[in-house]
Ligand binder design. Structure first.
Ligand code: HXC
Length: 258
């Protein structure tokens, strides 16, 4: 598959996707989002891949949805064209972990895209924001929903209503990102995390992703029950036997992902 707006490569068992519209600070146009969805689906289906890393450039993860592409759209264009849902939701169907490695601007749809990933590793120059209000619109790809869940109502209101940007230190303090590293280490850090994940039992990895995400969709009692059922099901895998026998035998496990 050839892409015009993203760069796709594999590094061992890690699928790496670079957003690549440098002249527009990786503004997310329709074609880019379609390509991103295709690349994610392809990695998800590839048995050789255990984890996916999504990144941008040193200056911008993504400065938002492409404003030029949206400026003249009518209500009927966006409503009947299923704008956003049509090609932004693909990432939610991916069952392998997706790590966002964010440097520079992650604004509007860029911040929302990062939040759709399973966790965010930020460079020390990262800046997160939901500046849609300055354009006379509101966040449309989950900003008003995922941000309060990630950082509290107060911070989410502050960011969505004032459009101020949050730097990497604040983002780590409030739990939006899992780690902050120097810019020059960002990709390495994300790849190393992805390599660790790829070395684990893939069924266990997929079940953890599913179960953690369930925490956002249900009550605690139902979530605990869901986790318990998945936990029980891991005892049907060969990887559970291998993992425990390897520990008892004081050796490294060799997981077969079954
Ligand atoms: C289209 C964009 C863009 C965007 C930047 N560019 N952001 N083009 N859509 N979202 C373009 C600029 O027009 C410019 O192109 C080039 O990228 C470099 O940007 P500058 O503004 O010159 O860079 P700088 O001065 O460093 O400022 C960086 C910036 C600023 C603070 C990130 O570009 C900015 O505020 N961008 C818009 C951020 C924003 O509002 N995002 C939310 C979009 S709405 P030229 O050709 O002039 O060099 C959204 C809704 C999501 O995301 C809803 C769900 C889909």
């Amino acid at each position: 598959m050839t892409y015009e707006n993203i760069l796709v490569e594999t590094q061992g068992k890690v699928g790496l996707i670079h957003l690549n519209r440098p002249k527009a600070l990786n503004a997310l146009n329709d074609q880019l989002m379609t390509e991103l969805g295709q690349a994610l689906v392809a990695f998800d289906a590839d048995p050789e891949i255990g984890c996916i890393v999504l990144t941008g450039s040193d200056k911008a993860f993504a400065a938002g949805a492409d404003i030029g592409g949206m400026a003249e759209l009518s209500y009927m264009d966006v409503f009947k064209g299923d704008y956003i849902t049509r090609n932004w939701e693909q990432i939610r169907s991916v069952r392998k972990p997706v790590i966002a490695a964010v440097a520079g601007f992650a604004l509007g749809g860029g911040c929302e895209l990062a939040m759709m990933c399973d966790f965010i590793i930020a460079a020390d120059n990262a800046k997160f924001g939901q500046p849609e209000i300055k354009l006379g619109i509101i966040p449309g790809a989950g900003g008003t929903q995922r941000l309060p869940r990630a950082v509290s109502k107060s911070k989410a209101m502050d960011m969505c209503l004032t459009a101020r940007m949050m730097d990497a230190a604040e983002a780590e303090r409030v739990g939006l990102v899992s780690r902050v590293v120097p810019l020059e280490r960002l990709l390495q850090e994300a790849l190393e995390a992805a390599i660790v994940i790829s070395s684990m039992s893939l069924p266990a990895v997929m079940m953890i992703k599913e179960s953690v995400n369930r925490a956002y969709e249900t009550t605690l009692a139902e979530g605990i029950n869901y986790e318990r059922r998945l936990f029980h099901s891991t005892f049907a895998t060969e990887d559970q036997k291998e993992g425990m026998q390897a520990f008892l035998g004081k050796r490294l496990p060799i997981f077969k992902n079954i």
